[in-house]
Design a protein around this ligand. Structure first.
Ligand code: ZN
Length: 469
């Protein structure tokens, strides 16, 4: 019996199934290998200077510890510092370090210091020398933190000009069984080196932020995806050319309206990245929040949405204009945390924008009007003095969320487009934002914006306006 099990496992470890596996090839550095069955390649969230590929593993469930963990695989190429790096041109101010620059700086120190920075909570447990396609490498087993729930199997190959790290994260209870052996067998056996296409030509440190983003996006494009660049946006898409072009057009046009309402103090050099998935399945597989139609991720600095034009063309672009506002205001003002009525209300203000005469201008956002009317009729609207101070959690409470969104939109729309009985009401939005940028304190900003304003009078006027929308 023992022998039978041994034979069975041996077969499992040494003869990978070639049908469902993902082949990864890196033309720039000249290597390829096979990611095991159950670990397909997925797009990388946010472009990275050193992370070149990502694999989504199976969901592991440990009935004893009652944990569930989705496996993750990564490939990193850590270029070592070239001779020109760090050379300062006299009289020229060094640009602020971007995330990519920071990654490159850490990578230049080699994989161990990079892993320490990136995986500070992991501890090395074991290491073994191994031949990887004719070059010496190491297998390294890491374990996470005190409880050791997550482990990492790494394959590290240190070359003259760069290090390659292939890493698979697993729950520790699987690592101790057979998964790490299966992965290492497939990856190491299939690993090959070949003549790279553009060796020596690519130096990320010498590129502008824009050039680098375009380069990295192109480098990491999975099969079936393409990139479209406009003046102020980089779009990554796997939906039709037609819809992608419409996205590009609307982004540029609505951006003009953002810049008109919130003029930038200095030119915005950051690249605004937008990901458009062909359908909801691709969108969710990417890791999008299940109840969302689109989202802005400040962490990965990208707007993510999907092509829903088959069910409703207007919806897709309303979502785009809303989320692109969050993205714009991030680059315009830095990371701010306004009250939700301001943040979501303004997002919806742009969702409702109307295109006429070659430009976007104000318009009613018809998604919100039925809910608003009903809430007014049933006397379910939230008093202004409360909703203006709601935390995000209060605003998002499932039973009142749609009323909050409708009210937030109509308040912003009223303050911008309504015929205001008092002149000072017209300054509320601008005063709020200015104070928020200055103090980064939304309560102070609101107190300042509402100073001297009779909130009951404002509410009565807003209700009259909202009732006619
Ligand atoms: Zn929003």
């Amino acid at each position: 019996m023992k022998r039978l099990i041994f034979t069975f496992l041996l077969v499992l470890w040494t003869s990978p199934v070639w049908g469902q596996v993902a082949r990864y090839e890196n033309k720039e550095y000249g290597f390829r290998f096979v990611s095991p069955e159950g670990w397909p390649a997925v797009p990388i969230q946010g472009e990275s200077a050193v992370l070149v590929a990502r694999f989504n593993g199976p969901d592991f469930v440990d009935p004893k510890a009652r944990i569930q963990f989705g496996g993750i695989g990564e490939v990193m190429v850590l270029p070592k510092a070239g001779p020109t790096t760090g050379e300062e041109k006299p009289g020229e101010k060094m640009p602020a370090l971007t995330r990519q620059d920071m990654e490159l700086a850490a990578a230049a120190l080699g994989w161990e210091s990079y892993l320490k920075k990136r995986l500070g909570d992991f501890e090395e447990k074991r290491r073994r020398k191994v031949d990887v396609g004719g070059h010496e490498g190491h297998q390294v087993w890491l374990e996470h933190g005190k409880e050791g729930v997550i482990s990492s199997w790494c394959l590290v190959i240190e070359r003259e000009l760069f290090d390659v790290v292939v890493r698979y994260d697993l729950p520790t209870f699987r690592m101790r069984k057979r998964d790490d052996r299966m992965i290492s067998a497939v990856v190491i056996k299939s690993f090959e080196w070949f003549e790279p296409e553009k060796e020596g030509e690519v130096d990320l440190t010498q590129m502008s932020a824009r050039e680098r983003t375009a380069y990295l996006v192109k480098r990491d494009l999975p099969d079936g995806y393409f990139m479209l660049e406009t003046d102020r946006y980089v779009i990554i898409s796997n939906t039709s050319q037609k819809i992608t072009s419409e996205v590009a057009h609307q982004l540029e046009k609505i951006r003009d309206l953002y810049e008109k309402i919130f003029p930038p103090e200095k030119p915005i050099e950051a690249v605004s990245k937008v990901r458009v998935f062909a359908d909801r399945d691709d969108y969710l597989a990417y890791g999008a929040p299940p109840s969302s139609a689109g989202f802005w991720s400040p962490r990965h600095e990208e707007l993510v949405m999907y092509d829903n034009t088959a069910s409703d063309k207007n919806d897709t672009f309303a979502v785009l204009r809303h989320e692109a506002f969050h993205q714009y205001i991030f680059y315009r003002c830095g990371e701010l945390s306004p009250h939700s009525w301001f943040n979501e209300g303004y997002g919806d203000y742009f969702s409702g924008a109307k295109y006429r005469g070659g430009a976007f201008g104000p318009g009613k956002f018809l998604w919100r009007t039925p809910v608003l009317k009903k809430a007014l009729q049933e006397d379910k609207v939230i008093p202004l003095k409360d909703i203006l101070r709601f935390s995000q959690a209060q605003y998002y409470q499932p039973d009142i969320r749609s009323i909050c969104y409708a009210q937030g939109w109509s308040i912003v729309y009223f303050l911008r487009e309504g015929r205001l009985r008092r002149k000072e009401w017209g300054d509320i939005l601008d005063k709020y934002l200015a104070k928020l940028i200055e103090t980064r304190d939304r309560v102070k900003a609101l107190d300042y914006a509402l100073d001297g304003i009779n909130i009951d009078e404002l509410e009565a006027e807003w209700k009259k306006f909202a009732g006619k929308l």
